[in-house]
Design a protein around this ligand. Structure first.
Ligand SMILES: Nc1ncnc2c1ncn2[C@@H]1O[C@H](COP(=O)(O)OP(=O)(O)OP(=O)(O)O)[C@@H](O)[C@H]1O
Ligand SMILES: O=C([O-])CC(=O)C(=O)O
Ligand SMILES: [Ca+2]
Ligand SMILES: [Mn+2]
Length: 672
């Protein structure tokens, strides 16, 4: 250093440096002097680097820290060094190239950081078996950042990823790139030997297009090579399913801090102790979303490919950075693993009242790329200030009751307001990932009404950001099964009570509306049907899930409801969307049991039981009668016809004992 940090006047001032009296810094005996001596206090740092190293207290919450004496018998023999070695081996094995039959040399820590603390520094990198083959990749280390904290991930994102900013409320704004929703047409599944793939195929909107093992391996190699070629990758080891008996260990290897933070929020976060015993993951995701797939590869119809291999317990993502692919990819895995254990997996939100009454909220999603599919309200309606939130999107129903699969929520943000959705609004703070929102350049305030990037703006936050979250996220058997449909035709009543067969009919149908924007002002609603309210995620025939649901509802005496969160008094364009506070009132009446007490009449065509309540139709609620009765009847018949046509595909499947319930279900559809 030129200056050594000592103070001096510039000689250009003309003042002779040496002519000024020196300031005395050594100690004098008399204590009357004005100057004091700083060097007398103990010196904590000799250099700037050392000073900076003092800033960070050494802690490694994600690095197992227990001393062998505190560890259970099975682990008692393992030294810290051995344990670290095992972790490195496990990660190297995850990133192994199958053609070279070996994993890369992995080293923990950020390559950009000087090896300042023992945590990152490794004088002799500890790596997996040396790669024998001759390739430059054998000479390179793959650095990995393991289970970083949100603060560390913020720093990584802001430093290295374009489009990452801190918003005024502290959330991390990110851009997902060209894809701002899921790409179901690019999803492929390699069947497990035991698996019967007959979920209705593409015609039912189920994107579980088959793929062969070899093609999967080609894509896997492409993703792994891409990840290994990077300076660093992020590794998350986390859990799925709050039911401890059926918990699944997942590893997510990704290239972006955004992806790592998203999964940190969305999966269940392990405690340091749980991480210590983590061992080998049950399922691994390779997210190489920045890198496209090779379109000359078989089965590839675009440069995006999301591939599940159930036998290998792996998932590969190429060509899309939309984080929801990981969340929903794992959900598909659960739709395969759980029913094998007689556990029903559900695309639903879930909450619980003070008295322990549990409700499930089913509904289609609005996270699909380039589709103006309306979100039905699972997240919005399960997040209820007066009830405990168990989860907003993915659950299991087992003999033990319900359990959330995830550790976080993924809320739609378009037109979000503090007044209408205070709990979601307040959850958008430090740690939350805010995808594809637009904010003020200077004060970083988010404009939730701005859909310049996409209409599918989203917030991903840990579930404990909702004040009345129920942790652990498990609950007793549900009492109410609420099927949500955003009906843009405007003919489904705001609420109907369903018989068991009707509940199954609507569950298998999985109706919601889609508003396809064509010319300005002319927007025709379209019906969309997605079996089990999640055809994109189911792995077996829908009737298998439906049969399990029917059996559980019967056994535990649950009531089914159909709630329209869409239009009333006319179709999209002429009627109004039913106001959220009004839908909440209906839901409150379901929870309290008061709606069960109402008098009911049957609707024409659908034959659902509708409560005879005049209060149901009021102007400020956004509900009204159609003024044009003929138009109403025509629209009702049109929608009924669409339901019927959709259901034709399910006619051949038996459900329940001797297929009895099957016939009942068929009869529960529209009659005209
Ligand atoms: N009457 C209503 N009931 C419910 N939601 C409404 C209503 N009116 C408007 N909305 C809006 O509809 C959207 C529902 O989105 P939400 O995130 O709850 O959907 P979701 O079912 O969880 O979908 P996904 O599975 O894609 O996450 C919210 O933006 C909400 O504000
Ligand atoms: O997965 C997503 O992108 C959002 C979501 O919850 C869904 O689509 O069901
Ligand atoms: Ca949601
Ligand atoms: Mn969803």
């Amino acid at each position: 250093m030129a200056d050594g940090g000592s103070f001096r006047f510039s000689s250009s001032t003309g003042t002779a440096r040496n002519s000024l009296p020196r300031i005395q810094t050594h100690r004098k005996d008399n204590n009357n002097e004005i100057c004091h001596d700083d060097s007398a206090t103990p010196i904590k740092a000799q250099t700037i680097d050392e000073l900076h190293s003092l800033q960070k207290k050494r802690s490694a919450p994600t690095t197992p820290i227990k001393s062998p004496t505190h560890v259970g018998a099975a682990f008692a023999a393992i030294s810290e060094e051995e344990r670290q070695q095992q972790q490195l081996q496990s990660i190297s094995a995850s990133l192994a190239s199958l053609t070279r039959e070996t994993g890369p040399k992995v080293v923990r820590g950020d390559p950009a950081r000087k090896p300042e603390t023992p945590r990152v520094a490794q004088a002799t990198p500890n790596y997996f078996t040396p790669t024998p083959c001759v390739s430059d990749s054998a000479l390179k280390f793959t650095h990995f950042l393991y289970n970083l904290s949100p603060a560390e991930l913020y720093e990584q994102a802001i430093k290295y990823e374009h489009g990452s900013f801190i918003t005024s409320s502290g959330a991390l704004a990110t851009l997902s790139g060209a894809k701002t929703g899921r790409s179901p047409r690019d999803k492929r599944v390699v069947k497990d030997e035991t698996m019967k793939m007959s979920c209705g195929g593409e015609s039912k909107g189920s994107p579980n297009i088959e793929m062969d093992e070899h093609t999967f391996l080609v894509n896997r190699e492409r993703a792994v090579d891409y990840l290994n070629s990077l300076d660093k990758v992020f590794v998350n080891d986390q859990f799925l399913n709050w039911d401890p008996e059926h918990r699944i260990k997942v590893r997510i290897v990704s290239a972006r801090a955004y992806h790592s933070l998203f999964m940190h929020n969305m999966c269940i976060r392990p405690t340091p102790e749980e991480l210590e015993d983590f061992g080998t993951p049950d399922f691994t995701i390779y997210n190489a979303g920045q890198f496209p797939c090779n379109r000359y590869t078989h089965y590839m119809t675009s440069s995006t490919s999301v591939d599940l291999n159930l036998a290998r317990r792996e998932m590969v993502i190429l060509g899309t950075q939309y984080a929801g692919e990981m969340k929903k990819g794992l959900f598909s895995v659960m739709h395969y693993l759980m029913p094998k254990r007689q556990i029903l997996s559900l695309h639903s939100g879930c909450n619980m009242g003070r008295d322990g009454d549990v409700a499930l909220f089913f509904g289609l999603s609005g996270g699909v790329y380039q589709l103006q599919q309306l979100c039905t309200g699972k997240t919005t309606l399960s997040t209820d200030h007066n009830r405990y939130l168990i989860g907003d999107d993915e659950h299991c129903w087992s003999e033990n009751g319900v359990s959330n699969i995830e550790g976080g929520c993924y809320a739609k943000c378009v037109d979000l307001s503090r007044e209408k959705e205070p709990d979601i609004w307040n959850a958008i703070k430090f740690g939350t990932v805010l995808e594809n929102v637009v904010f003020d350049e200077h004060n970083r305030e988010v404009d939730f009404s701005d859909i310049s990037v996409t209409e599918n703006t989203r917030a991903a936050y840990p579930i404990e950001y909702i004040p009345n979250a129920k942790i652990p996220c498990v609950g007793p058997h549900p009492k109410n099964i609420i099927l949500l449909a955003c009906d843009a035709f405007g003919v489904i009543p705001p609420v109907s009570k369903l018989s068991l067969a009707q509940t199954m009919y609507h569950f298998i149908s999985g109706y919601t509306a889609l508003v396809a924007g064509t010319e300005e002002g002319v927007k025709e609603p379209q019906a969309t049907f997605s079996a089990c309210f999640g055809a994109a995620f189911i792995m077996m025939h829908p009737t298998r899930y439906a049969a399990m649901l029917a059996e559980k509802m019967q056994k535990h005496g649950a009531t089914g409801w159909l709630v329209n969160t869409g239009w009333s008094g006319g179709s999209y364009g002429s009627g109004n969307r039913i106001k959220l506070p009004y839908t909440r009132k209906i839901i409150d009446a379901i929870h309290s049991g008061s709606l069960l007490e109402a008098n009911y009449g049957k609707t024409e065509v659908f034959g659902n039981n509708v409560p005879c309540l005049s209060v149901l139709l009021t102007h400020e609620s956004g509900t009204s009668q159609w003024s044009d009765k003929k138009a109403y009847k025509d629209t009702l018949l049109k929608l009924g016809g669409l339901f019927r046509k959709n259901f034709d595909g399910f006619m051949n499947y038996k459900i329940g004992k001797d297929g009895e319930l099957g016939e009942e279900i068929m009869a529960a559809g529209p009659i005209f």
